[in-house]
Design a protein around this ligand. Structure first.
Ligand SMILES: [Zn+2]
Length: 185
């Protein structure tokens, strides 16, 4: 899944402005003022920040010639596997739960990233192995970089979630307004 979609899904599912806020959401607060949006996005990008952005920076600064994805090998693949393992994701969320409960739900965006990658990567170097290092089993998903229609599908699903949320929450607001009106008359 592309980075922007990872950020979008993290905020949509694991923030109070998004689905994790339930029917109420975060009334009276704009999405960018919701700290859980930014923490969910950070957790949701963390697997790639550590395992891909860091070697990319090294690659870029050192001026190495060639394709970064060919250069990406050796120890970095091991780091990539660990950062894309549910074992790491659940250990991280457990630590967050014990140390700072308020960030527990946003921290689940890390696991969500792995779930999204599992279905949007196929067999090969970047396959997600959810049980690594205990097992190298992985789902043979649809590689999004080769199938643009799939990119269209997951962006459409993201938009559909927001349409659903807006309608669902508006209905609750309308319900509350008519209840208050009936009480005051
Ligand atoms: Zn990833």
């Amino acid at each position: 899944m592309d980075l922007l979609a990872h950020a979008g899904y993290s905020a949509t599912i694991c923030s109070r402005t998004g689905l994790a806020g339930g029917r109420l959401g975060l009334p009276g607060k704009r999405w960018y003022r919701d700290p859980t949006v930014w923490s969910a996005v950070s957790f949701g990008l963390l697997p790639d920040i550590i395992s891909m952005w860091t070697p990319f920076l090294v690659f870029y600064i050192s001026g190495t010639a060639g394709n970064f994805f060919h250069y990406f090998d050796g120890h970095w693949i091991v780091v990539y596997r660990y950062m894309h393992s549910m074992v790491t994701a659940f250990a991280l969320s457990l630590v967050v739960l014990l140390l700072y409960r308020a960030l527990f739900v946003p921290s689940l965006a890390f696991a969500l990233h792995l779930l999204c990658d599992a279905i949007s990567h196929s067999e090969g170097k970047f396959q997600t192995m959810p049980l690594y290092p205990f097992s190298e089993w992985g789902i043979n998903g649809i590689p999004f970089w080769r199938h643009l229609w799939f990119v269209g599908v997951y962006w459409t699903v993201l938009a559909a979630i927001w349409i659903f949320l807006v309608i669902w929450r508006r209905r609750k607001q309308n319900g509350n307004n008519s209840y208050n009106y009936e009480r005051s008359t």
